[in-house]
Design a protein around this ligand. Structure first.
Ligand SMILES: *Cc1c(COP(=O)(O)O)cnc(C)c1O
Length: 399
């Protein structure tokens, strides 16, 4: 019996070593990684620049405190500001904390303007924002809320894609709209540019702040640095995490000066957030993701993945019900139960993928994926469909 909380239905599989797109278990078995530790290992495993940086950082000061100046944090913050919409950054240890900072920033913005009753956030069904009490309320998923007492007040939910429903929810208490430009966990649903532009317009008309949760879809995954860039709009606040540390726990809340000006000493804090080790890794990841050609590669691989998935859908129309997603955040709504299918891919075909809501198989390869890796993964998925087909046929014959 494990000493750990039983909050995960864990596989027995334990990995010992990783190299690029591949992971190796304790028996030396090789697995193709289209999971990336849930979109975290954007540079795959054992990236030399990350390894060198971590070793060098280990010889320096690991942790001080945010009451002191942390040069690595100043530098990472400045680089994010210089290359994005943002004017200010707050570093966290996780995605949920980045969202907490985003929601607190929006609420405090209106409080400081003398509108303390304006605290309500319009969020969306099918979304996922984390597992803290605040972020389960923001996500609104009943199965994550059940059993944990009254949900934190201040969130209303509309269906994604429905601008009229959003408009109907806007009231004098609304402070912000919060959305993932591509929903990950909920079922890999990419929002249309028109919808995101419509949300920007509603925010402008009513003086609301637009918050994007790019914890999963940001940091290059869709082929642009942020997924919202495809819609050619500018948000007020963005939460990021997952890929930002390449495997080192790190997150960030990015905001405009106007949205974040009231976040003065005493309003928010974090002991670990943005410590020297974390920010050394954040800077190293950014070196790689912002290198010339990196995002072009991601965009190109995203297109190749989409093309190969279309071929798969044509070959297996009974198994592939719908293709979803954007770039290297891809989803396949499949006919077989996704939980079993993910286990089958892992155990029988040594392919690591992940499930999402609505019975969607989620593919999240490291951003360094090659077309040969994509072809490899697709053929393993095809082999898994073939195996199900053969088992069904033999069961039918036996029956
Ligand atoms: C993973 C995720 C989070 C939560 O991040 P944690 O680091 O697990 O707290 C929030 N939003 C989205 C979109 C995510 O995918």
């Amino acid at each position: 019996m494990s000493a750990l909380y039983g909050t995960y239905a864990r596989s027995d599989l334990a990995f010992e070593r990783g190299e690029g797109m591949r992971l190796y278990d304790q028996h030396g078995r090789e697995f193709l990684d289209f999971h990336s530790g849930i979109a975290v290992n954007a540079l795959g495993h054992g990236d030399p620049h990350l390894v060198t940086t971590l070793k060098a950082a280990a010889d320096k000061v690991w942790h001080t405190s945010n009451v002191f100046t942390i040069p690595e944090q100043e530098r990472l913050g400045q680089r994010l500001v210089d290359s994005t919409f943002a004017d200010k950054v707050f570093f966290t240890n996780s995605g949920a904390e980045a969202l907490e900072c985003a929601i607190k920033t929006a609420r405090h913005h209106f409080h400081s303007k003398g509108e303390p009753d304006r605290y309500e956030v319009i969020a969306f069904t099918g979304s996922f924002h984390g597992r803290t009490l605040g972020t389960i309320a923001a996500g609104g998923n009943p199965s994550y809320l059940e059993g944990f007492g009254p949900p934190m007040p201040g969130f209303k939910h509309a269906d994604p894609g429905d601008l009229e429903a959003v408009k109907a929810l806007v009231g004098p208490q609304t402070c912000a709209i919060l959305i993932e430009p591509v929903q990950g966990e909920g079922g890999v649903t990419a929002m249309s540019s028109e919808f995101l532009q419509g949300l920007r317009q509603i925010c402008d008309e009513h003086g609301l702040l637009l918050i994007f949760d790019e914890v999963q879809c940001g940091f290059g995954r869709t082929g642009r640095f942020f997924a919202f860039e495809w819609a050619d709009i500018t948000p007020d606040i963005v939460a990021v995490a997952k890929a930002i540390g390449g495997g080192f726990p790190l997150g960030a809340c990015l905001a405009t000066e106007a949205a974040s000006a009231s976040m003065v000493p005493g309003t928010h804090g974090s002991t670990y957030g943005g410590n020297p080790l974390g920010c050394a890794m954040g800077n190293a990841v950014l070196d790689r993701i912002q290198a010339p050609g990196f995002l072009d590669h991601v965009a190109q691989m995203g297109q190749r993945l989409a093309w190969h998935l279309q071929q798969l859908a044509q070959k297996y129309p009974d198994y592939v019900l719908e293709l979803r997603g954007k770039g290297l955040l891809a989803g396949i709504k499949i006919a077989p139960p996704v939980r079993d299918f993910v286990a089958r891919l892992r155990d029988d075909h040594q392919l690591l993928a992940i499930g999402a809501g609505d019975n969607v198989l989620r593919l999240l390869p490291p951003l360094i994926v090659s077309e040969a890796d994509i072809e490899d993964a697709i053929s393993r998925i095809g082999a898994a469909f073939d195996a199900i087909e053969a088992e069904t046929a033999s069961t039918a014959a036996a029956g």
